[in-house]
Design a protein around this ligand. Structure first.
Ligand code: ADP
Ligand code: ADP
Length: 228
């Protein structure tokens, strides 16, 4: 079954004004559990807009989005935020870690709102850090970690609520090639554990690691042929 399903999904910014932008046009997308998907395309083509919709950060102007079977349009803002916490983990190019918190505290962060007692929260954060190979770095602040280690902390943070979907915006963009390959290997392992991974990338070598590749152009999404 599809974990991410969109039907004629569209997004218009500032509709009916001089500043109107049609950012997304009638996107039909079905992504199943355990798929590893890349979205490519030039700047301004609509990639962030689509990711914001898939991530339940924004609402569409037209069409439908089913997030793990839930029709997001039926939810109010609070319910949408709760769905996001449960279903989606986010990973960014710049890691987005809080500099004054150590690795463990950064990983435990997204549960702050989720009504999980502090001890359980920290225990889960320890497990998440161990699962990305960073158990012994729990007490380090981001500035004391390498770029690849910081990204692994960010991935552990994305995993803390055990979401089925991981969304990553240029996750290897700030890393050297070898470190980027390690991060991609980690995503592959998460895929094998049944996570659905969707990443935005400008790098064809990164997209080559994915099962399916989509190209965004002028708000339209087209699936590419992938060499076997
Ligand atoms: P990228 O292409 O790397 O995703 P952008 O500069 O396109 O970065 O977008 C960064 C953020 O700014 C996104 O969250 C996007 O939604 C927002 N954004 C982009 N273009 C505009 C705009 N014209 N007006 C307001 N916000 C915008
Ligand atoms: P990409 O991520 O591929 O760079 P975006 O989704 O950020 O593309 O942008 C798609 C189009 O929508 C661009 O023309 C951009 O300027 C516009 N846009 C993005 N976010 C906003 C926003 N918040 N308000 C107005 N226009 C936006």
């Amino acid at each position: 079954e599809a974990v991410i399903e969109t039907r004629a999904l569209g997004k218009v910014y500032s509709p009916g004004t001089e500043a109107e932008v049609i950012a997304l046009q009638a996107v039909d997308l079905r992504i199943g559990r355990g798929e590893f998907v890349a979205i490519m395309g030039p700047s301004g083509s609509g990639k962030s807009t689509l990711m914001n919709l898939i991530g339940c950060l924004d609402t569409p102007s037209s069409g439908q989005y089913l997030c793990d079977g839930v029709d997001v349009a039926t939810l109010d803002a609070e319910e949408r935020a709760a769905l996001r916490l449960e279903k989606i983990g986010f990973v960014f190019q710049g890691f987005n870690l809080l500099p004054r918190m150590n690795a463990l505290e950064n990983v435990a962060m997204p549960m702050g709102y989720a009504n999980v007692p502090r001890e359980e929260r920290l225990q889960r954060a320890r497990e998440a850090l161990a699962s990305v190979g960073l158990a012994e770095r729990a007490g380090h602040r981001p500035s004391e970690l390498s770029g690849g280690q910081q990204q692994r902390v960010a991935i552990a943070r994305a995993l803390i609520n055990r979401p089925p979907i991981l969304l990553a915006d240029e996750p290897t963009g700030a890393l050297d090639t070898k470190t980027g390959e390690e991060i991609l290997a980690l995503f592959k392992r998460l895929q094998a554990e049944d996570h659905t991974v969707v990443l935005i990338t400008h790098d064809p070598d990164v997209a080559a690691h994915c099962d399916r590749v989509f190209a965004m152009r002028d708000g339209e999404l087209h699936e590419q042929e992938v060499a076997a």
